[in-house]
Ligand binder design. Structure first.
Ligand code: EPU
Length: 350
């Protein structure tokens, strides 16, 4: 275990923002955490757990010790008549892990193809796309309590999944509160992939693909290929144009608030939720305020999807975290002034 100093973080965040970690340690196994805790210089040091860096905005150099999770491994743990249970190391690249599962005959995660980041980041924000959320395919995870060094396992209920939310996004604020932000390092995630496999193709974009291809009984690979094609057409590849995916969560409102907005803007895109609330498309709200294609410094709003903020300066003259946050605040203000809705950022601001 080596603690590196003054490490450039540009290669480790999908926006391509320039920042440095004062100290960084690569965690390739649970043993590395134990070793770190055994070293008096680092045992009680403030720390920051870094996965794929695809959902963060770096606003300056990172002073806490960066724990870069590089735990690998993919295996079938159990097969029952009703499911495959597959385990992946937190440091595996998310998309590659899905491809491995498909190639080995364990389908179920194909709707979540091409989401940037690592396996360990997936439960933190309960990633979701095209009708599937991580919690729908989740079995359990292993994590290490960085305060005590003890390993523990959580099931779905204990992860407290919500829309782009989990126990890992919350800070513990009292004795009865179970927030694990900054405290837990996720080491392995197990997926429960139900048998027999059933395609999830209710999402409008996927229905269109079925029509276009005249294929109404797609295989897991068909769905995988379609999701990849839809994402490539709509969302920028962070390797080409830095970004952190959707920058804001889709807000929910009451039916009364929604009716009020529809009276003024009949075209607003909205979806009724199971709990009676209405989810609004944040991308539509931002688009309606005229932000698509606009920039503040090197921070821009993507031309094809207003929910995605991008780095217009590339790796040579990259956007700063400050510029990204200035643009985000300007967008929040104009959406609030026009619709009375407060947009909540999705990425973690560091
Ligand atoms: N829309 C516009 N203008 C825009 C963008 C969107 O009018 O500039 C409209 C679209 O026409 C559509 C609606 O808004 O009717 C929703 O757009 P889309 O289907 O692209 O989905 P989204 O709500 O913008 C969410 C997730 C994505 C996920 C897609 C597909 C959030 C915050 N985002 O986006 O997740 O890939 O659905 O399921 O929930 C991410 O979290 O990083 C992410 C990319």
């Amino acid at each position: 275990m080596i603690v590196e100093n003054n490490v450039p973080l540009q290669p480790y965040n999908s926006f391509g923002i320039v920042a440095r970690a004062q100290n960084l340690v690569r965690i390739a196994s649970e043993g590395d955490v134990a070793e770190l805790r055994a070293d008096p210089r680092w045992r009680d040091a403030p720390r920051f757990v870094l996965g794929g860096g695809s959902n963060i905005v770096l606003t300056g150099d990172v002073k806490p010790l960066v724990l870069k999770v590089e735990i690998k491994g993919l295996r079938l743990v159990e097969e029952t008549p009703r499911a495959w249970i597959v385990e992946a190391g937190a440091g595996e690249v998310w998309h590659d892990a899905i491809q491995w599962m498909l190639a080995n005959g364990y389908p179920g995660l194909e709707n979540l193809a091409l989401i940037p980041g690592t396996v360990g980041g997936a439960p933190v924000q309960n990633i979701g796309a095209y009708g599937v959320e991580l919690q729908d395919r989740f079995d359990s995870l292993d994590a290490i309590d960085l305060d005590t060094g003890l390993s523990f396992t959580l099931d779905a209920a204990q992860c407290a999944f919500g829309y782009r939310d989990s126990v890992f996004k919350h800070v513990r604020s009292g004795p009865n509160d179970f927030g694990l932000s900054g405290r837990a390092l996720i080491s392995r995630v197990r997926f429960r992939l139900a048998k027999p496999w059933k395609a999830v193709v209710g999402y409008l974009d996927l229905e269109r693909k079925m029509e276009e291809n005249g294929n109404f009984t797609p295989s897991p690979t068909d769905v995988f290929d379609w999701v990849c094609a839809i994402r490539r057409a709509k969302l920028p590849d962070w390797r080409v144009l830095g970004n952190a995916g959707s920058f804001f969560k889709n807000p929910t409102v009451t039916p009364e608030q929604c009716a009020d907005i529809i009276a003024r803007d009949p075209k607003i895109v909205h979806y009724p939720m199971a709990d009676g609330s209405i989810k609004l498309a944040a991308g539509w709200l931002i688009d309606a305020c005229g932000w698509k294609g606009k920039s503040v410094g090197n921070a821009g709003v993507y031309e094809k999807q207003a929910l995605v903020l991008v780095n217009r300066g590339g790796l040579e003259n990259p956007v700063t975290g400050g510029e990204v946050m200035t643009l985000a605040k300007a967008i929040q203000t104009s959406v609030y002034e026009r619709f009375g809705i407060r947009l909540e950022p999705e990425p973690v601001v560091v």
